[in-house]
Design a protein around this ligand. Structure first.
Ligand code: ATP
Length: 483
């Protein structure tokens, strides 16, 4: 089977209650999505896996949950007020809006040299000389690109009006800054020494100019970010370790290596504070002809140097004599007891999107299989750790009270150990198909014989193989196979 595209996943997600369009009874709200009962379980399982792996198992990372709305000065000194923007272009003819940095050069000539020269000209210049057509209507009457800040504005407290600058605040566009400004608190209360990390999971908001592709790019999304503080000389090695570690983590979630790719950002692409950034890309768009364009960012790993801790520190000037912070009351430097030196640690930041990870997992788990009647069935081959429901208990005959009672009793007994559901709203074939489609690893069927031999049939989602298991051993048997 060819890889599923995002549309296949959108339809499965809606049909089975993973993800729904938000506000749809009022006409929706562009690119906003709500997570249904299965979606929220899957997202929680992803977040738990990340947290367990980084915060619990490594033992050198602390957790944090900082505020979504912070003092506006956080975003002044982080640089977001001045620079967190996309270059926006308007078409004067059809009124559509585009990000200049995402526009692709159209084909203007069959002559390779002419086309190459054209492609080397920046979009801004082409717009200025009216050589760039609107991707929507073809008009060359476009406005010059202008910066559009992506932060959502709000007011805090009883502001006199929305224009009241003294009450202005922002919804955080990333969770990272909440970590930097708490560096000293966590360091002092946890009594950590370098190197150590601070991890946070939470919502972030960006007023994206062109959201879309389902949950790939939305204006409200969730991030799992970790800031790892270290000595400058250790940063390159730690950077490499996280590239390797995160690829392994994605594999452990069932994402296949062939759908992942590393992308090293060029000098021109790097954010001004970053020494190096490597993105881990996923094949989100398998339907695109050009293999390179099939991949897009799943996460980024950045060496942010000491930019953020310095920027938020009470400091008259930095080494170059600029970037004065006259508002912070704290110095976020680190004192090394061994060398008696004070310095600003370097930061390695692996930043993952929960939503993009969930999408990648659904795409990679999606498969189709033909049953012996020649019907195509969808199987979501989720890792058991991630499956929203671990076991479904199904009675073979719902009109037989003893069978129903035994099945419901089994469900109650399994529930404290694993998420279990009971379903009798269809024939057994339909019930199996329903569970396969949402990735439930095991179905347990209670039949007439079960009443005699106290055993049930356990059916495996991926192989459809069935095994007879005694009820007294069922919980252990399932726990073993789920782990
Ligand atoms: P992009 O280039 O796709 O806009 P970015 O490089 O700005 O992403 P980061 O600031 O590095 O993204 O954020 C870290 C992660 O957060 C991304 O790798 C992605 O998984 C997720 N993310 C960022 N923006 C969005 C969004 N608008 N919708 C969903 N997830 C997002």
């Amino acid at each position: 089977m060819s890889a599923p595209n995002i549309e296949t996943i959108v339809s499965l997600a809606k049909r089975r209650g993973f993800v729904f369009p938000a506000s749809d009874i009022y006409g929706g709200l562009g690119s906003s999505w709500d997570y249904g009962s299965l979606g929220v379980e899957l997202a929680n399982n992803i977040k738990q896996s990340w947290w367990r792996w980084l915060v619990h198992e490594r033992d050198d990372i602390e957790g944090l949950d900082s505020s979504i709305i912070q003092n506006r000065l956080v975003w002044k000194y982080s640089g977001h007020e001045a620079t967190f923007s996309d270059p926006l272009v308007d078409c004067r003819k059809c009124q559509s809006r585009f990000r200049a940095d995402k526009l692709e050069h159209p084909k203007i000539s069959d002559n390779v040299e002419t086309q190459k020269a054209f492609e080397q000209t920046p979009i801004e210049e082409l717009i200025a000389i009216k050589e760039f057509p609107c991707p929507n209507c073809g008009s060359t009457d476009l406005t010059a690109p202008r910066p559009f800040n992506l932060m959502f504005r709000t007011t805090v407290g009883a502001a006199s009006s929305d224009e009241d600058e003294t009450a202005l605040a922002y919804l955080r566009p990333e969770t990272a800054q909440g970590i930097f400004i708490k560096f000293a608190n966590v360091l002092n209360t946890s009594r950590r020494k370098l190197p150590f990390g601070i991890a946070q999971i939470g919502k972030a908001f960006r007023n994206e100019v062109t959201p879309g592709n389902f949950i790939f790019r939305t204006r409200e999304f969730e991030q799992m970010e970790m800031e790892y503080f270290c000595r400058p000389e250790d940063a390159p090695r730690i950077f490499e370790e996280f590239i390797d570690g995160f690829q392994k983590w994605f594999h452990s979630l069932g994402i296949s290596a062939e759908n992942l790719k590393l992308y090293e950002q060029s000098k021109e692409e790097l954010a001004h504070y970053a020494e190096r950034t490597v993105d881990i890309l996923y094949r989100f768009f398998p339907e695109r002809e050009d293999e390179e364009k099939q991949f897009d960012e799943l996460m980024g790993i950045a060496n942010r140097k000491d930019f953020d801790l310095k920027a938020h520190s009470k400091k008259p000037e930095d080494a170059e004599g600029k970037r004065i912070n006259s508002d912070s009351t704290e110095d976020l430097s680190y004192f090394d007891e061994a060398t008696k030196q004070r310095f600003y640690p370097y930061v390695i930041e692996p930043a993952v999107g929960v939503n993009r990870t969930l999408l990648a997992i659904l795409m990679d788990a999606y498969s189709e299989k033909t049953n012996d009647k020649g019907e195509t069935r969808v199987i979501l081959k989720l890792k058991p750790e991630l499956a929203p429901i671990k076991v479904a208990v199904l009675p073979l005959a719902k009109n037989k009270p003893e069978i129903v009672a035994m099945a419901k009793d089994l469900k109650r007994k399994l529930l404290p150990a694993m998420r279990t559901v009971y379903d009798d709203t269809g024939g057994i074939g339909k019930l199996y198909a329903r569970q396969d489609e949402i990735g439930t690893p095991f179905c347990v069927t209670v039949d007439h014989e079960s009443l005699e031999d106290n055993a049930v049939t356990v059916r495996d989602r991926d192989t459809w193989e069935q095994e007879r298991v005694n009820v007294s051993e069922l919980k252990d048997y399932l726990q073993k196979r789920l782990s």
